[in-house]
Design a protein around this ligand. Structure first.
Ligand code: UD1
Length: 368
């Protein structure tokens, strides 16, 4: 069976690494090609992840780089089409919800290649998010929808997708998380930043809705300043956010410590020792839930409701009172380190073995 795997942006590398390794382990049955669109391209957003997560160098890098959503999707489609046509895989595997996911799925559908979507079925219900459009369309195009949780299956059924196309495999991002727990203990990031376990909070923000509008960003940063009045806040700056803060020129609260985006093991060491995580990221809602670290999601919606029902995530939006009340509630609870080994899976099939189930499913649905 020939498989073409696509990665493009930071969260894709985390999902694809265990999957490619599993395919390599079964090289008697599977030949695979790894294509990187180059949506994320620099050392901090891409390079270190390949090395740290043991993801082999891509055989093909399309070198797309930054641009508007339309430009990115269009450029990826143009560059990807000849690659797909010449390799002609039995499966095209796309992961997550970034622009690279949709662009390559669109080409796959036009060329007539069977498409498998890993992390299918997630819905925030908010079509102003580029990721929601990418999710909806990719799922409509895919032949095999590999879902992380029961809510995702239900979303797909509601949209008229036949049950024979849906397979619940669990969360492959958690495979990377569990694999990297040991490596993360070697990280000295907390010592470098002089942070005591349980004595600080981690903040990440990069969603266009939170950072692209200058007045909204300034308001959010003021609110984060009020959190920093309660405990030190570390903010690894996503390039989009760094750019917007520089453009806005707002002064940050002295209790907010900004740092560069971190390699995976350092970031894991940082957030797993935090008292609290505040974020608008999708992946971090899942990762914190897997280790039981309290997470406050600074958005009005989430496509990952299972992290609220069964994990440690709370959806708090960006309303000042609501956020601060939630912070105070977490600080009133006793702190429990997430760094327990081995971790106990809190959500069904988020057990570190999703990659094996994904590959089994590709083989089972393989049409010669
Ligand atoms: C993308 C994804 C988002 C994901 C996020 C993770 C889409 C629609 N969005 O958003 O779902 O959560 O990645 O990071 O696909 N840049 C660099 N170095 C890089 C890559 C980008 O400096 O290696 C800068 C560029 O200036 C660029 C900006 O970051 O303009 C944003 O990058 P882009 O790929 O457009 O989207 P993200 O906001 O990262």
């Amino acid at each position: 069976m020939k498989v073409l795997n696509v990665v493009g942006a930071r969260p894709n590398f985390v999902k694809m690494a265990p999957l490619v390794r599993e395919m390599d382990r079964r090289s008697g049955q599977i030949e695979s090609l790894l294509v990187h669109t180059g949506q994320h391209y620099d050392e901090r957003m891409a390079g270190s992840f390949f090395r740290d997560l043991g993801l082999r160098r891509p055989e093909i890098d399309l070198g797309i780089g930054s641009g508007s959503h339309t430009e990115q999707v269009a450029r990826i489609m143009l560059a990807f089409e000849p690659v797909l046509k010449s390799y002609r895989p039995d499966w095209l595997v796309v992961v997550g919800d970034v622009n690279s996911t949709l662009a390559c799925a669109l080409v796959g559908a036009r060329v007539g290649v069977r498409i498998a979507h890993v992390e299918a079925g997630l819905r925030s219900g908010d079509r102003s998010m580029p990721e929601e459009i990418n999710r909806l369309l990719t799922d409509q195009l895919a032949d095999l929808l590999l879902t992380p949780s029961a809510d995702a299956d239900q979303n797909l059924r509601r949209e008229g997708i036949g049950p024979e196309r849906i397979v619940r495999v669990g969360n492959v991002m958690i495979d990377s998380l569990f694999e990297q727990l040991a490596a993360a203990t070697h990280s000295r990031i907390r010592e470098e930043l002089k942070l005591e376990p349980g004595g600080y909070a981690v903040l990440t923000i990069h969603r266009p809705v939170n950072v692209d509008d200058p007045s909204r960003l300034a308001q959010l940063l003021r609110l984060c300043g009020e959190i920093a009045d309660r405990l030190p806040l570390v903010l690894p700056l996503h390039p989009r956010t760094r750019e917007r803060i520089a453009q806005g020129g707002a002064a940050l609260h002295p209790g907010i410590r900004t740092i560069e985006p971190l390699p995976y093991p350092d970031f894991l060491r940082l957030w797993s020792g935090a008292r609290l995580v505040c974020t608008d990221s999708g992946g971090l809602q899942e990762e914190t839930s897997a280790l039981g670290i309290p997470c406050l999601t600074l958005r009005e919606t989430t496509e990952r409701p299972v992290t609220i029902e069964r994990g440690s995530n709370r959806l708090v939006g960006t309303d000042r009172r609501r956020v601060l009340d939630a912070v105070d509630a977490v600080l009133a609870e006793p702190w429990r380190s997430g760094e327990v080994s081995p971790p106990t899976p809190t959500i069904p099939l988020w057990d570190g073995r999703a990659a094996g189930r994904i590959v089994d499913s590709l083989l089972a649905h393989y049409i010669v």
